[in-house]
Design a protein around this ligand. Structure first.
Ligand SMILES: Cc1cc2nc3c(=O)[nH]c(=O)nc-3n(C[C@H](O)[C@H](O)[C@H](O)COP(=O)(O)OP(=O)(O)OC[C@H]3O[C@@H](n4cnc5c(N)ncnc54)[C@H](O)[C@@H]3O)c2cc1C
Ligand SMILES: O=C(O)[C@@H]1CCCCN1
Length: 388
């Protein structure tokens, strides 16, 4: 019998998480197949675009701890592939001194001895020109934070996976998963079998998990990715050492507003709102809600006087949110050889190398390198078919 369609592991979904999982498996000499429904590269999921923020500044220690190793893994990939994927810019975190979120981030940085600088109302504008710090707001800079070149990172990790003998089959949509000690995966073009399967399908996670009788409490939202024109070209540029920034909450809203220095599109600064309207991932272009843009316009007019408060470019991206905004990293409750990573809630890119490592460990039945209790599905009231 031919073993062509037989693998040690099949990874479904070639976004950042699936690509790093496949790469980790191949590094461990496992015969691995990475399946992707669209032709690669594509911009219909969550991992496309030129940039993402990388940072250690989090409210919870467990993310900061994971990022310690994760920076190393990003650097290792850069060295292996001879490609630059990270640029240090620092991350300026601003928020009301009295707010819990701002204080938690500041305390996490402090407790974990992450290099940081605290700014005050007196010295703020000297360090960060062209930004108005709201009265009562504090400001702290996570020094090692920066920008990851997202599209380049995806291409690089997929290339390294292939160099290690890994197989990518794109334009192959998974249509069925049959659990068992050997899992059978059917696609639009063939049938494959593997000892274990990892589902990293981003906004489509529940569409695949349904074949295994499981549904997760995931909400898919569309984010308007807005770019704003500098009145004086270069004033918020990465070369001027303008940092990434994150506003924990402000006059305009309770949700984060965040930005990255002008870099990818000359003269344009990326600033987005960390919330959006619910959408079907296959119908995102029909979701035309712009309430996030209204919020951003008011914020920019008030606090970023060097930008034209009208977006010059609007692209789109999807978040897949869990109720607590923490990731889902777990094995299927009935079929332990089916593993999934989902619900990255708009902050998973930077963790790609660590998520890949953890999902690889779970799929090989190993004890994961980190405590996964914040990410397990038992924290939800998950719907599992009684027939299982
Ligand atoms: C606007 C925006 C800004 C963000 N900013 C940051 C940031 O600054 N820092 C950060 O760390 N993170 C950030 N994120 C979050 C980060 O980008 C995501 O958490 C991450 O990309 C999720 O990756 P994924 O692999 O889970 O999903 P995806 O990238 O969506 O990958 C899933 C893949 O599965 C494929 N697939 C689905 N169903 C099937 C099927 N049936 N058969 C085959 N293939 C299938 C899809 O086509 C897709 O390619 C941001 C996200 C957005 C949208
Ligand atoms: O993951 C991040 O670092 C950013 C922070 C702000 C919201 C979007 N994601």
């Amino acid at each position: 019998m031919s073993t062509e369609g037989e693998y040690e592991c099949i990874v479904i979904g070639a976004g950042v998480q699936g690509s790093f999982t496949a790469y980790q498996l191949a590094q461990r000499d496992k015969k691995t197949l990475l399946l992707e429904q669209f032709v690669l590269p594509h911009s219909r999921g969550s991992s496309h675009g030129q940039t993402r923020i990388i940072r250690k500044a989090y409210e919870q220690d467990f993310y900061t701890h994971m990022m310690e190793e994760c920076y190393e893994l990003w650097a290792q990939l850069e060295r292996e592939a001879g490609v630059k994927l990270y640029r240090q810019t620092g991350l300026l975190v601003m928020g009301p001194e009295s707010s819990q979120s701002y204080q938690l981030i500041k305390n996490t940085l402090h407790r974990n001895k992450v290099p940081m600088v605290i700014l005050n109302q007196e010295n703020f504008s000297q360090h960060i020109p062209h930004v108005n710090l709201a009265e009562g707001d504090g400001a702290v800079v996570d020094i090692s934070a920066g920008v990851l070149y997202a599209d380049r990172a995806l291409k690089t990790v997929q290339g390294q996976f292939q160099k290690l003998g890994g197989v990518i089959r794109d334009k192959e949509k998974v249509t069925d998963i049959k659990p068992g000690s050997v899992v059978t995966v059917s696609t639009s073009a063939g049938v494959y079998r593997a000892k274990s399967v990892v589902i990293t399908a981003g906004p489509w996670a529940n569409r695949l998990l349904v074949h295994t009788g499981l549904q997760l409490p995931l909400k898919v939202v569309k984010i308007n990715v807005c770019y704003w024109r500098e009145k004086v070209p270069g004033s918020y540029n990465v070369k001027q050492r303008f940092p990434c920034f994150l506003l924990t909450e402000g006059e305009e809203s309770k949700e984060n507003i965040y930005g990255l220095p002008s870099n990818e599109y000359p003269g344009l600064v990326k600033i987005c709102y960390h919330a959006g309207a619910e959408t079907d991932p296959d119908q995102r272009d029909r979701q035309t809600d712009r309430s996030d843009i209204d919020i951003l316009q008011r914020y920019i007019a008030r606090c970023l006087p060097g930008l034209v408060p009208e977006p010059a470019v609007v692209e789109s991206c999807l978040y897949t949110q869990t109720p607590d905004h923490h990731f889902v990293l777990d094995c299927h409750p009935v079929y332990s050889n089916i593993v999934f990573g989902a619900g990255f809630s708009g902050h998973g890119f930077k963790f790609g190398p660590i998520i890949g490592k953890l999902l690889c460990e779970l799929s090989l039945g190993e004890v994961p390198s980190y405590d996964l209790s914040p990410f397990r599905i038992r924290r939800f009231q998950t719907k599992t078919k009684s027939a299982l």
